[in-house]
Design a protein around this ligand. Structure first.
Ligand SMILES: C[S@@+](CC[C@H](N)C(=O)[O-])C[C@H]1O[C@@H](n2cnc3c(N)ncnc32)[C@H](O)[C@@H]1O
Length: 402
């Protein structure tokens, strides 16, 4: 069906490089899958229930400008970045950049602060961030303001005291903190100016929810979405990718009025991760098919580690049930198989069988190497046995049997 999908040399020089977000999908892969499906059938709506930085939704828009885009993500930073990519900028953006520069030159630093600000940022960086924050807040046009915030989010992390080698918050050593050169305002402005030209399309036919997908999907009607495409988390965020923790420093700086923000998200650095898929234990898996598929893997995992796996799959099967209910034609998933206690949990085969059981026939599967991974291939040793992190991802396409 599809040709080579390795895209080894893909660099995010396009709009997907706008802001840093963990574990993003590879845009050209999603693009060729969508191309194939959009040409084979009439597809009027696309859903990504875990849109992250909006890769799949943006690629769908590029291929089909009138298509209805629906998405959900629990993380306000993901919501911000995706909204900006899809809604674009106004024609006054260059004037707003000039205003921004003027404010940056003339602003008086205020006394904004948050818990542990001085732990995560050097004092001169705090001053620069305050200047940028206050200047962005003075821009009247919301669309352009959101663009400035999304660009800033990457630099907040880059200039923070947390290590860049992990998505978790992990303080750098004193030397590295002191060695950092403060080029923040210039870097920010350069990126603001360079990224403007990447905005060539936009859509108003978009509905993005900053919500828990498990709850949001229950509100959608049966068969109301033609095509669902996503890369769900591969396990609970705390032990896989802590999207919430990664985003928390940026979320502290961005004006809450410009975020879809309920208030609980920054209660602590793990608040978003705990409310994400599999983030807290709610009891055993109630679903019989799911239990049977998971049991062979659980049998080989120590009791202490089983709980995390059960928490994740309990939520995951509920999610899959809802996805099958709301999707009319195709489900496309990009998945990874993680290792727990030395056991490779085959999320891909579990998902395939589960979808088949739910009336979605598998029509395509392939794997691709994940190049340039931030997480080293060998992540740790357990009982002196090396544990390899995921370096392959799997794409599966299922079609509803009618
Ligand atoms: C693998 S990432 C998606 C990346 C995306 N495909 C991209 O290219 O940027 C998984 C996403 O699921 C979100 N997520 C996890 N649990 C969620 C939940 N219960 N409801 C909504 N979103 C959730 C995370 O915030 C994260 O953005």
């Amino acid at each position: 069906m599809l040709g080579d999908i390795s895209f080894r040399n893909y660099k995010k020089n396009d709009i997907h490089g706008l802001a840093l977000y963990p574990a993003t999908m590879v845009a050209p892969v999603q693009n060729i899958i969508l191309q194939e499906l959009l040409k084979s059938e009439d597809i009027y709506s696309v859903l990504d229930p875990f849109f992250g930085s909006g890769t799949a939704l943006y690629e769908a828009l590029e291929l089909s400008p009138k298509i209805k885009l629906i998405g959900c993500d629990i993380n306000p930073l993901a919501h911000l970045i995706t909204k900006v990519k899809l809604q674009g900028l106004t024609k006054n953006i260059k004037k707003d950049v000039e205003k921004l520069k003027y404010y940056l030159d003339n602003i008086q630093i205020d006394n904004y602060s948050f818990h542990n600000m001085n732990k995560w940022f050097r004092s001169d960086i705090i001053d620069s961030l305050k200047k940028i924050r206050q200047s962005i807040m003075l821009i009247e046009c919301k669309k352009n303001r959101l663009y400035f915030w999304s660009i800033l989010s990457t630099f907040i992390r880059k200039y923070s005291n947390t290590r860049s080698s992990t998505y978790k918050l992990h303080i750098k050593d004193i030397d590295s903190i002191q060695r950092m050169k403060n080029n923040l305002i210039d870097d920010f402005l350069t990126s603001v100016e360079q990224n403007i030209s990447k905005f060539t399309i936009s859509s108003s036919n978009v509905k993005l929810y900053k919500k828990d997908s498990l709850k949001q999907l229950t509100k959608f009607k049966n068969n109301s979405i033609d095509l669902s495409i996503s890369s769900p988390p591969y396990g609970d965020n705390a032990t896989t990718v802590p999207y919430g923790q990664f985003s928390s420093l940026a979320l502290h700086w961005i004006d809450k009025k410009d975020l879809v923000f309920d208030g609980w998200e920054l209660n602590n650095y793990s608040a978003i991760d705990r409310r994400s898929l599999g983030g807290c234990y709610k009891g055993s898996i109630e679903n019989e098919t799911g239990s049977l598929l998971l049991q062979p893997f659980l049998d080989n995992i120590s009791k202490s580690k089983q709980k995390k796996v059960i928490s994740f799959f309990r939520d995951y099967f509920i999610f899959l049930d809802e996805l099958c209910r709301v999707t009319k034609k195709y489900i496309v998933l990009t998945l990874g198989n993680r290792t727990v206690d030395g056991v490779n949990i085959n999320l891909t085969s579990i998902t395939q069988e589960y979808l088949e059981h739910n009336n979605f026939r598998n029509i395509y599967e392939c794997d691709r190497d994940i190049p340039n991974k931030r997480i080293p291939k060998l992540t740790s040793k357990v009982n002196n046995i090396p544990v390899f992190s995921m370096n392959k991802e799997f794409v599966i396409i299922h079609k509803k049997i009618v």
